[in-house]
Write a protein that binds this ligand. Structure first.
Ligand SMILES: Nc1ncnc2c1ncn2[C@@H]1O[C@H](COP(=O)(O)OP(=O)(O)OP(=O)(O)O)[C@@H](O)[C@H]1O
Ligand SMILES: [Mg+2]
Length: 233
């Protein structure tokens, strides 16, 4: 059985796709070697495009499959995918259609399967409202699945954190507000704003036990917390 994981937020550009690739690249290779599949169900097809690019550059065996599935195809294949992987990541558009009920939203059809929803949160104007709107909706899905054998766990984390930013006090207040209003837990560790992360492809793992650069150290610490949350180990 897989752990089925989505990174989601209605706020565009908060790092859903980047986080999906960072984590998939690392978990599918040494020292973890998990069976990973990534389904790209977002119309932007960011991961499919990145993988096509990588196919030209890398001659070796790619560490995981990237599947270009729309929602109906995902629905048809989900059982098989769930059986054959350790981790299944689904990249899906975060935008909510304000005229639709929770059940009709595209993202609901994906969150119906997810074991974990990680919500990247960015410092900056207009992010709080978009995140709260999204969480309100995600909490409804969570509520609907509360008594199912596989309930949905929702966690936030701060992405693109800047260590010496003047915004940080404000950011921490916003995180507190999200936690107070939604009761969702946040990861203890942030993913920082590093050029290395912006350069991620669909192949290269940034996990190294003996990492020395600040960027890799940040990723190792953050990923270890991610693994602890999703596997209990
Ligand atoms: N931790 C990070 N450090 C540096 N750059 C980052 C980080 N996270 C995301 N980015 C950059 O921010 C931009 C948006 O990220 P990404 O495409 O992953 O967001 P998204 O939530 O998937 O966006 P969309 O809503 O368009 O799907 C990209 O240019 C990416 O490289
Ligand atoms: Mg994206």
């Amino acid at each position: 059985m897989s752990r089925i994981i989505c990174f989601g937020n209605a706020k565009g550009g908060c790092g859903k796709t980047t986080s999906t690739c960072l984590v998939s690249n690392a978990l599918s290779q040494e020292p973890f070697n998990f069976d990973v599949t990534v389904v790209d169900s977002d119309n932007q097809k960011s991961i499919v495009k990145a993988r096509n690019f990588d196919l030209e550059d890398f001659s070796g065996v790619l560490p995981y499959d990237v599947l270009n599935y729309n929602i109906p195809t995902l629905q048809a294949k989900i059982k098989t995918l769930d059986k054959k992987n350790d981790f299944l990541f689904i990249d899906v558009a975060g935008k909510l259609d304000i005229d639709m009920d929770v059940e009709q939203q595209e993202i609901s059809k994906v969150l119906a399967y997810a074991d974990f929803l990680f919500v990247p949160f960015l410092a900056g104007s207009f992010n709080l409202d978009a995140t709260l709107d999204y969480l309100k909706f995600a909490l409804e899905v969570q509520e609907q699945r509360a008594n199912s054998p596989r309930p949905l766990q929702i966690l936030g984390f701060v992405n693109r954190f800047r260590i010496r930013s003047k915004m940080n006090r404000h950011l921490m207040r916003e995180v507190d507000e999200i936690r107070r209003m939604t009761k969702i837990p946040f990861m203890k560790n942030n993913l920082n704003d590093y050029a290395l992360f912006a350069e991620t492809d669909t192949v290269t793992s940034f996990f190294k036990e003996d990492a020395s650069g600040n960027d890799q150290i940040n990723f190792v610490i953050w990923l270890k917390e991610f693994i602890k949350i999703t596997t209990g180990k």
